[in-house]
Design a binder for this molecule. Structure first.
Ligand code: LMR
Length: 398
């Protein structure tokens, strides 16, 4: 019956991460997947999360189904984090927010919802974007096109070309934007560039779909939400997918949220209803545990302070590793091919290494980067940075 089923070619990120797990070499280094490891190369359990979990486990009770949209406590805490406690849209109850299965689940629920109401729209993603963006939106039935974004010649942004393309899109086009810590390039819009882009989206009648998977890893929790808040404040129809995989180190709990900013409270209530219906059609309702931890940390002031401080230290450690790899590569790399290691933001640097060079790094040196040349800087530590720099230098001189 299933003889016609093709072999799955694998996912460029997750399959590589699995290959890393099977690699027997003890000196191997994983800079492939977007996961934050600490300086000992371990996946951290954040202290605030551990404390919340201890409290939750001591009070464990029955586990009924959650509502399709998740719990109100979680939805409210998340909305305040993403849009700001004092957001006007929030006060006016114009934001429909629901708990989702990670940021990926938020993208998919958002895509399915939009497909029902904007059948003719095309989704525009940055060139390049997270590999799975195209997969999710095409799976939901949308054509997916790209707008100019990354300039390999400078390691920076093709802002004028990006603006030109977006300014010519037909109304109701869906523009996928990365709020901060662009994946895979590490190149973000400045605040003034966002301020220039926002009116174009509004005047063209476009829908902004913002992916915010790395809040807190760029410049801080509020600074990283600048784009979301600027779009919301300007009245652009905005959909936001956010995730707690990275900033709570809760990857396997699949904690995320989807928010849709509407023009009125009445519209938001109907959108909320349709979103819950979309969840019912996919997986019925979300799981309990991770969301309970996130809600507890966000709404308990001492836990919240501890979480923010630990997140700050994660961001600082990444910056230190950026400086360290930059210093070690300085004798071998120059110009913007070197400066991008410190200029790019968040977990990723787009090294400019070719797929063949990434293959050599992996096969000969046990250093795993994506074949696009994306390096997860958050996988570097004081013990492996020399090995990585040495391996890159070798590959570059071959
Ligand atoms: C990544 O980009 O490496 C992460 O977001 C993990 C994933 O699911 O791809």
């Amino acid at each position: 019956m299933f003889s016609q089923v093709d072999a799955y070619p694998g996912d460029p990120i997750l399959s590589l991460n699995e290959a890393f797990g099977h690699d027997p070499r003890p000196h191997k280094v994983n800079l492939s997947i977007g996961i934050y490891f600490d300086d000992d190369g371990r996946l951290p359990v954040m202290q605030a999360v551990r404390d919340a979990e201890t409290a939750v486990l001591s009070d464990i009770g029955p586990r009924p189904y959650l509502p399709m949209a998740g719990t109100a406590a979680y939805r409210d805490a998340v909305q305040a984090l993403v849009f700001g406690e004092h957001s006007a849209a929030r006060r006016e109850q114009r934001i429909a927010t629901l708990q989702t299965l990670g940021g990926g689940g938020a993208l998919r629920v958002g895509a399915d919802f939009l497909k029902r109401y904007f059948r003719e729209s095309t989704v525009w993603i940055s060139d390049p974007s997270w590999d799975n963006h195209r997969v999710v939106f095409e799976s939901a039935g949308f054509p997916v096109e790209t707008y100019p974004y990354y300039d390999d010649a400078t390691g920076g942004l093709r802002f004028d070309a990006m603006m030109q393309t977006i300014a010519a899109l037909p109304p109701c086009s869906i523009v996928l934007l990365h709020a901060c810590c662009h994946n895979p390039t590490g190149v973000d819009l400045s605040q003034s560039q966002w301020q220039a882009l926002v009116p174009v989206l509004r005047e063209r009648g476009l829908i902004a779909f913002v992916d915010m998977a790395y809040q807190g890893f760029g410049d801080g929790l509020d600074a990283d939400a600048f784009a979301v808040r600027a779009l919301t404040g300007a009245g652009v129809p905005t959909v936001v997918a956010n995730s707690f995989s990275k900033n709570f180190s809760l990857y396997g709990e699949r904690c995320g949220a989807l928010s849709v900013v509407c023009a009125t409270a009445d519209e938001a209530s109907r959108v909320f209803g349709q979103l819950t219906g979309t969840v019912r059609a996919n997986y019925s309702n979300p799981p309990t545990h991770g969301a309970r931890l996130v809600a507890q940390v966000l709404s308990t002031p001492p836990l919240r302070r501890a979480w923010e401080a630990e997140l700050d230290s994660m961001r600082t450690r990444i910056a230190t590793m950026r400086s360290q790899i930059h210093a070690r590569l300085a004798p071998h790399v120059s110009g913007e091919k070197l400066s991008r290691y410190v200029a790019q933001r968040g977990m990723f640097t787009y090294t400019g290494l070719s797929a063949a060079q990434a293959d050599t790094l992996r096969e000969t040196h046990g250093v795993y980067l994506l074949r696009s040349g994306r390096m997860c800087v958050a996988g570097l530590n004081t013990r492996n940075v020399d090995t990585v720099a040495h391996a890159i230098a070798q590959v570059l001189t071959q």
